[in-house]
Design a protein around this ligand. Structure first.
Ligand SMILES: [Zn+2]
Length: 390
């Protein structure tokens, strides 16, 4: 076959274009060689072979078969290209979703955590310290929930205590926190399995304040004197503490009596008409009446003193020729006392405490100098009460 060869055909070079041109009767094969990307380095033999197809049916048959195969391949390539495009669409969708997720992450991470003020446990005020701890605990737990990416692991939560603890509270666990920092990946070396355990441990130490213990201490120290000398204020404070302690009425009545001022205690001792042991409300009301009567007696007593002290100054024994501007007759005084005792307790207290005339309420004089006649027009209830000393 060497006779068929030419110098040209023996030369080895890229013959993609020549092969494609020779395949004009076989469009799929031609298409294949037109689009093939890699060089086809060959001599002229393939082109001569293609040329024989016009006269050699075997060669023609072979090329027809190859053409069909190329057609099939092309369809397959189209199918694969279609899949490739779909895959590319999926890739873009995923990429977009990922970009969005990442940018959202960035935004969340960009919001700075507002850490709670470090809890030190150094306050000596137990009630205040307990309040501080409770608030701190709630803040820490909510931060763990609000920033799940920053607190994914127990280690991250545990080392967070270094940020939000100080003083003696931090000192009590700092050695064990150090072990976690030294062995971040070996939880076997840690003192706690979870960060919650630390909170529980701290709670045992700092959430100790008990309202009842506090109330018991306060009620133990309570006496009806100083800032609680005022009866209503004393009753309100005592009742408040006793309610916290969940005392029953009998206990309340007993403990109430123990804490009354000595003057009131003394008055009760001489009485046999006090309410039952378990009638706390009755005791409060009875003692209020006695207190009011003591206040009335004090006011009237002061009035009598003033009258007696002033009377000798008039320098005469003639009660009939009394000077109304300077003093009063003992008979007038008794009438006036009865009138004053008939006044509503609040009115009397107000006049007594503000230095007003007990008889008429005038600020310019005291009752011993009052020109206004004792008014006996009342119901008589007040005077009856006074006389019976009830
Ligand atoms: Zn008056």
């Amino acid at each position: 076959m060497s006779g068929l060869k030419t110098d040209d055909s023996a030369e080895m070079r890229d013959r993609r274009e020549e092969i494609a041109a020779a395949l004009e009767d076989y469009p799929q094969l031609r298409n294949y060689f037109t689009n093939v990307t890699n060089p086809i380095a060959t001599d002229g033999d393939p082109i001569r072979l293609i040329g024989q197809a016009k006269t050699n049916p075997i060669v023609a048959k072979g090329l027809t078969v190859f053409n069909i195969m190329a057609s099939t391949c092309e369809a397959e390539i189209d199918r694969l290209n279609g899949l490739l495009r779909q895959a590319e669409q999926h890739r873009k969708t995923i990429e977009k979703a990922l970009t969005m997720a990442l940018s959202k992450t960035d935004r969340d991470e960009a919001i700075p955590i507002k850490h709670p003020e470090a809890f030190t446990g150094d306050s000596n005020d137990l009630a205040k310290r307990t309040e501080e701890f409770k608030h701190w605990r709630q803040r820490v737990l909510s931060i763990w929930i609000d920033y799940p990416r920053k607190f994914r692991t127990e280690r991250q939560k545990l080392t967070y205590f270094l940020t939000v603890l100080g003083g003696s509270a931090l000192r009590s666990i700092s050695k064990r926190l150090e072990d976690i920092i030294k062995h971040p990946d070996d939880s076997e070396q840690w003192a706690w399995d979870t960060a919650e355990e630390v909170i529980i441990e701290l709670a045992k130490q700092y959430e100790t304040f008990d309202e009842k213990t506090d109330a018991l201490k306060k009620i133990t120290d309570l006496k009806q004197e100083d800032e609680y000398a005022d009866y209503d204020r004393f009753v309100a404070y005592f009742t408040n503490l006793a309610t916290t302690l969940e005392w029953d009425d009998k206990t309340k009545a007993m403990q109430f009596e123990l804490r009354l001022c000595s003057k009131l205690k003394k008055a009760i001792e001489s009485r046999d008409d006090m309410p039952d042991d378990d009638d706390f409300d009755g005791w409060v009301e009875k003692c209020r009446k006695i207190t009011n009567r003591q206040a009335t007696a004090a006011a009237l007593g002061k009035m009598s003193q003033g009258f007696k002290a002033k009377a000798p100054a008039n320098g005469n024994n003639d009660a009939g020729k009394k000077d109304k501007n300077k003093g009063g007759d003992p008979m007038d005084l008794d009438a006036m006392k009865l009138a004053i005792a008939r006044l509503p307790q609040e009115v009397l207290n107000h006049r007594y405490q503000n230095g007003l005339c007990l008889n008429c309420g005038n600020p310019d004089h005291y009752a011993k100098n009052c020109k206004k006649k004792a008014n006996n027009g009342g119901s008589g209830r007040g005077s009856a009460r006074l006389l019976k000393n009830d």
